[in-house]
Design a protein around this ligand. Structure first.
Ligand code: MIG
Length: 801
């Protein structure tokens, strides 16, 4: 009997194994050979043996590629805000390929098999599908394989650890609450699937707009291909052919949107911890900043301000009168940001929960019951932020906090995170009416929460700009929110990693980013680490100190007098630089150029900048080079790209194109200014609402190359700039013509500066200049500078010599 049974099983097993469908399901399927093509309104649709491929023009340098074995998805993109425009200007059907042109790009579609190749208009190959793998499917998963080009490097992909040059590494996009992440940990909290490929002095960009769990391989464990793919959904990517990294960023942010002007107070120093309470402690904290003359603008309230962690409530014992407290803080020039998590406590009688139930706002299992998971408040339900009605509902819940005077909202835990961190993949989402599961919604959940927060708060705040901060995000988040890099660790490695994370998010279109100063958790932040970290962070877009529950105090004065002095020095510097920083935000708003700029933006093909010894360096705004150095080092080896550089603190000049050893005591971070730089600064103020002495310090650094700078100013707190309520003027330095031009002001905002003090650096022998036709003598300024003070007026002023 036993043997017979065994034989029957063996035969059945053999039959099953030899069934072709069974075997085929386990092997990959390639797109196959060409069968036909036809024109579509903005491109072409190609049929191939195993799938269809569509190419759509979004602009002369932007082509969208989609491929599916079934029907194309109709769910709208959460990232893309522009429509296709234009079409291929020529389509040639040749024997073995289709040749399509946009004027700027040539796209070849090889026929047997179907493969896509991109060329620039000079006929140089930018990017091509791997000839054997191309677009493939493995079960529901789809991947596009690209042939590696000689010397190809990859940069970007957002909040990813590892090197600036991502060649040889692979990454996963799956938003993850990853506390105390390793310095090579992945995935982290956000998915920003845009990267740039560089080779042969050419650059291109790829944005893989698929929200499922995705994998990017930049030649990890292989020398054949780079690839991007996801476990489900369709192959859907945008190819950008730009002339420079800056061009690519402009195109990418044209597609996915740009930052609005943030509230200026969100560019000041921000003090947070888990958690400040009760109200008297918050008020004392604010007073201490003012007494110690350490400028600051924002205090954060972490989860303890709430009643039993229930969102949109106050703990009445700790904060009996929130609006009175916030009024007092306002009088001292402080804004309050409160944390708001997505989980709504399941508790009958709690108004936010009741209202969510009544309006059917929560994510459900397929059997119609609400998905519950445990997090800070206990068992919670989770709003479906992919439903427009739910976003409006949630946005309105901020009403009470706004009425109390809160002006900023911090969306944490929105990966979404819960205890156990294992969200069920089958729970269902609206997906703008197109329905989908957690597998598809997960990576956009945090972004849609931040969107709902931003839009709700904007509506409630009577024309004032809210500050929104999110931990989880997807491409396009820059339209709604700032990002911080989550639960980092108090270590030098993390401090240095933070620069790369921030720079890499800038390379993925997100300019308003920062990391917890001093490290959020792990060990104890020592005085050296805090001092160094706050100096570096003063030159990052989002400038906030934060630390975990039960950690030692992290306020700048708690590490001893010398660290207090260093903190004050760098925070002062930050406030002095605000006119320059704000103008850099305007540039981000207009062009997508980040504030913290990896050297790969301006020095793309200088191989030294990719050297791991120098890869943390970046430009802060157009002309300040920051070289992070660990807190253990008193000297730093810094790579200065080609050109001439001034050490900002001493005025000492260096020739670029080489690495230099510089001293780097804790009190003097290596920071350099590019020759020719134009840097508007102001007097030290204690918060961003103060006017200071009304004098703009227009710093000009002598150099041999001409330079132009766009200065921007507005009220800093409303959206009136969208209707012309701003001031813009160009400052130009032309060394050959020996003149400096303060351009005519544009726009109808009146500058807060009534004087402009021109501060000349490195103009050694000069003792007078002509202003118009009048000769004026220069005054000796600080260090080696010479100065000249002018009355500010809106007309053009020319200084010559
Ligand atoms: O489970 O709100 O990243 O900044 O202080 C931890 C408490 C929840 C994680 C955030 C951190 C915040 C903390 N939160």
């Amino acid at each position: 009997m036993k043997t017979i049974r065994k034989t029957i099983f063996a035969v059945m097993f053999a039959v099953v194994m030899s069934m072709p469908s069974f075997a085929a399901g386990r092997l990959s399927v390639q797109i196959g050979n060409f069968t036909s093509w036809k024109e579509t309104p903005h491109g072409v649709l190609i049929s191939a043996g195993n799938a269809k491929l569509s190419l759509t023009v979004y602009g002369p340098e932007v082509v969208r590629v989609r491929a599916t074995q079934n029907e194309f998805s109709t769910t709208p993109s959460y990232a893309v805000i522009t429509e296709p425009s234009g079409k291929f200007t020529s389509v040639k059907d040749e024997k073995d390929k289709l040749v399509l042109s946009t004027g700027e790009l040539k796209v070849e579609v090889n026929k047997d098999p179907v493969l896509v190749r991109f060329y620039n208009k000079d006929g140089k190959l930018l990017n091509e599908d791997d000839p054997g793998l191309g677009i493939s499917w493995l079960g529901t998963g789809t991947t596009c394989y690209k042939k590696l080009q000689p010397g190809e490097r990859f940069i970007g992909l957002g909040e990813k650890t590892g090197n600036l040059d991502r060649r040889g590494s692979a990454y996963v996009d799956w938003n993850t609450d990853n506390p105390a992440y390793a310095t090579n940990g992945d995935p982290l909290y956000t998915s920003l699937p845009f990267y740039i490929g560089l080779h042969n002095k050419l650059s291109y960009g790829i944005f893989f707009d698929n929200t499922y769990k995705a994998t990017f391989n930049f030649g990890a464990s292989n020398n054949r291909f780079s690839s991007f793919g996801a476990v489900d959904g369709e192959m859907n990517y945008y190819f950008f052919g730009g002339h420079s990294v800056a061009d690519l960023l402009k195109e990418y942010t044209n597609l996915t949107g740009r930052i609005k002007m943030p509230p200026i107070w969100g560019l000041g120093f921000q003090q947070s911890r888990w958690s400040y309470f009760p109200d008297t402690e918050v008020l004392n904290l604010a007073r201490t900043f003012r007494e110690k003359k350490i400028p600051a603008d924002v205090i954060y309230l972490d989860i303890h301000y709430m009643d039993a962690y229930k969102v949109f409530t106050w703990n009445k014992e700790r904060f009996p009168n929130p609006s009175a407290m916030i009024d007092s803080l306002k009088d001292m020039g402080f804004h309050i940001v409160t944390i708001v998590d997505p989980g709504v406590k399941k508790e009958k009688g709690y108004w936010a929960y009741d209202s969510g139930l009544k309006n059917d706002c929560f994510v459900k299992y397929p059997d119609g019951t609400n998905w519950s998971a445990d997090v800070w408040p206990g068992t919670c339900n989770f709003p479906d932020f992919t439903n427009p009605k739910v976003r409006t509902w949630w946005g309105n819940l901020y009403k009470g906090l706004v009425a109390d005077g809160v002006t900023g909202f911090w969306n944490d835990m929105n990966e979404p995170a819960s205890w156990g961190n294992m969200v069920p993949n089958l729970v269902e989402f609206d997906m703008e009416g197109h329905k989908g599961t957690m597998e598809e919604a997960h990576n956009v959940y945090g972004m849609q929460m931040a969107r709902s927060t931003f839009q709700g708060a904007t509506k409630l705040m009577d024309g004032k700009r809210p500050l929104v901060l999110t931990r989880a995000a997807y491409a396009g988040i820059q339209r709604y929110s700032a990002i911080w890099t989550g639960d980092n660790v108090a270590s030098d490695e993390h401090m240095l990693l933070a620069s790369r994370l921030i720079n890499s998010m800038g390379l993925a279109g997100v300019p308003y980013v920062g990391a917890d100063i001093g490290g959020f958790m792990g060990g104890t932040t020592n005085r050296k680490l805090f001092a160094r970290w706050i100096s570096i962070a003063a030159y990052t877009p989002f400038f906030r100190s934060h630390s975990e529950y039960n950690s030692r105090a992290h306020e700048p004065w708690t590490f001893g007098e010398d660290v207090e002095a260093i903190s004050r020095k760098y925070i002062d510097e930050r406030y002095q630089l605000l006119p320059y920083i704000y103008s850099a935000f305007y540039q981000a708003h207009e062009t997508g150029m980040p504030i913290a700029r990896s050297l790969a933006i301006n020095y793309t093909f200088d191989k030294n900048i990719y050297n791991p010894d120098f890869q943390d360096e970046y430009l802060f705004g157009p002309s300040i080079l920051v070289a992070p150095v660990s807190s253990e080092q008193n000297f730093g080896r810094v790579y200065l790209p080609k050109g001439v550089w001034y050490r900002k603190s001493t005025g000492k000049k260096y020739d670029g194109g080489q690495s230099v050893i510089v001293d780097a005591p804790l009190s003097d971070l290596p920071v350099f200014v590019k020759a020719g730089a134009i840097i508007p600064m102001q007097s030290t103020v204690q918060n961003t609402a103060q006017k200071g002495d009304g004098i703009m310090r227009l710093n000009i650094y002598s150099g041999s190359e001409p330079n132009k700078y766009l200065y921007y100013e507005d009220d800093g707190t409303t959206y009136k700039y969208e209707n012309g309520h701003f001031l813009k003027r160009e400052f130009a330095f032309d060394p050959a013509a020996k003149k400096i031009t303060i351009g005519k002001a544009e726009g109808n905002y009146t500058s807060k500066f009534n004087k402009i003090e021109v501060v000349l650096h490195g103009f050694d022998a000069m003792n007078s200049v002509k202003v118009g036709r009048k000769t004026m003598s220069l005054q000796k300024g600080e260090g080696d500078t010479q100065t000249l003070t002018l009355d500010a007026n809106n007309g053009e002023t020319v200084l010559s010599w």
